[in-house]
Design a protein around this ligand. Sequence first.
Ligand SMILES: [Zn+2]
Length: 152
Amino acid sequence: MDSTVTKKDLLDSRYLRMAQIWAENSYCQRRQVGAIIVKDKMIISDGYNGTPVGFENVCEDENDHTKAYVLHAEANAITKVAQSNNSSYGATLYVTTSPCIECSKLIIQSGIKRVVFGEYYRITDGVELLKRAGIECIQLECVDGKYIRKEL
Ligand SMILES: [Zn+2]
């Protein structure tokens, strides 16, 4: 990061790095995605892409397509909050890849107010939807170990 980096950027980049490490838990072969939900500087949830509880940890079918019942990291993190005594209202979601449109709907409805992500997924309609809902979207792109902030 350059000299214009704020304390907030530094915290954002650290939480995003945690989401990146958390993505390593995923059994998915095609893409590993991790998510962390932070509220009042507390991590209230986490998730990575994978099959629902009780299903075998195989994300792809015999044709190497992702199974329809695989949950995305964001969906796993949000539904984990639903099982807890926490509330995602006003929280920030850190996710390694920009959210898809399905997850974006969940993000809006769960009251999350900020989304910080690493790489931009090729389909960007999810981020467009988040912006329409007034959710602050920030890309922190990692280039040579340094995070570059992009307001969206
Ligand atoms: Zn998704």
